[in-house]
Ligand binder design. Structure first.
Ligand code: GLU
Length: 312
């Protein structure tokens, strides 16, 4: 059975971009008789207070997009809040350490950015490997001054996959990405590790998320491999852009659920989103259930979607 998921980081009220992702994850799973899990990605617990997660669940319920499992509803794969999963991430971290794949990194943010290190296309620094060769004695010496973050040693290898919506994608982990963080210096485990551990243990078979995470997928697929876990299928969505072409963000108040809820019915919001996602020819009101029957990924555009002026 298809098991889809929503994995929001509720650091504010949902906006149309998050909602679009939930709608397509829901439709993709439900159109094949599957179910959906809600996992709250509140690793950064200070930025994602429980009140935002609760509000997000209420918004999903209002829209007719409640998950079948997870969030405050709980279920067989609890915990569903990443802030409660440190012990599980620790096990995976220890497994990577046992394979000799981890090393402590003492570089400060400013050192990383000052180094003339190459950058990824998404603007992140490709780690030049400064701390990769530290001896245990050197690392112990440095650890007396500041606690390290932990990086994983990536192989000089291309990792490719076929995205269910965007097609083939590949990256050489060493050249295009570099050794990446699995744990921050403050002890918080990193998204890349947490997402793999959680999707695997929750039995997720299909990940639907924004195209901004496409380039994270080779890293995650490699973690699935070294942790001997079964990877899901991936479908990445084009990003929703404001009518002027900017990326939507939580700062765009007019596309937040708070604003939308005051102006539209749930069916009007879902119907308009379905229209911009190519799922219907006109922005007529619809429920998610009405859209599930005719849902097909090939109707959804592959390029970023600019919201038409005045639609919302
Ligand atoms: N928590 C991430 C976000 O809200 C999504 C992670 C994922 O879907 O893998 O951007």
């Amino acid at each position: 059975m298809t098991v889809g998921r929503y994995a929001p980081s509720p650091s504010g009220r949902m906006h149309l971009g998050n909602l679009c992702c939930c709608l397509l994850a829901w439709l993709s799973a439900k159109s094949r008789g599957g179910r959906v899990v809600l996992r709250i990605e509140d690793l950064d617990a200070a930025r994602c207070p429980r009140a935002f997660a609760d509000l997000l669940e209420a918004d999903l319920a209002w829209l007719g997009l409640s998950a079948d499992e997870g969030g405050s509803r709980g279920g067989p794969h609890a915990p569903y809040y990443q802030s409660e999963c440190a012990a599980l991430y620790r096990q995976a971290f220890d497994r990577l350490a046992g394979q000799g794949l981890l090393y402590p990194c003492f570089c400060t943010r400013s050192q990383l950015h000052a180094a003339s290190a190459p950058h990824r296309s998404d603007g992140q620094v490709i780690y030049p490997g400064t701390c990769r060769g530290l001896t245990p004695a050197q690392a112990a010496e440095k650890a007396r001054v500041r606690p390290p973050a932990w990086r994983v040693r990536v192989p000089d290898e291309e990792i490719g996959f076929v995205d269910g919506h965007l097609g083939p994608y590949r990256e050489n982990l060493a050249a295009d990405c570099g050794d990446f963080f699995v744990r921050r210096a403050d002890g918080v485990f990193a998204y890349q590790l947490a997402v793999v551990v959680d999707d695997a243990r929750m039995g997720v078979t299909e990940v639907v998320r924004g195209a901004d995470l496409l380039s994270s997928t080779p890293r995650q697929l490699w973690l699935y491999r070294v942790l001997e876990l079964e990877p899901p299928a991936f479908c990445h969505l084009p990003l929703l852009l404001a009518p002027d072409g900017r990326r939507l963000s939580k700062r765009d108040g007019d596309v937040s659920l708070e604003h939308l809820q005051a102006r539209y019915t749930p069916e009007q919001i879902i119907g308009r989103l379905a229209y911009v996602c190519g799922l219907q020819k006109a922005p007529d009101p619809r429920t998610p259930a009405e859209l599930a029957d005719g849902f097909r990924w090939d109707k959804v555009p592959r390029q970023d979607i600019r919201l038409p002026e005045g639609l919302f």
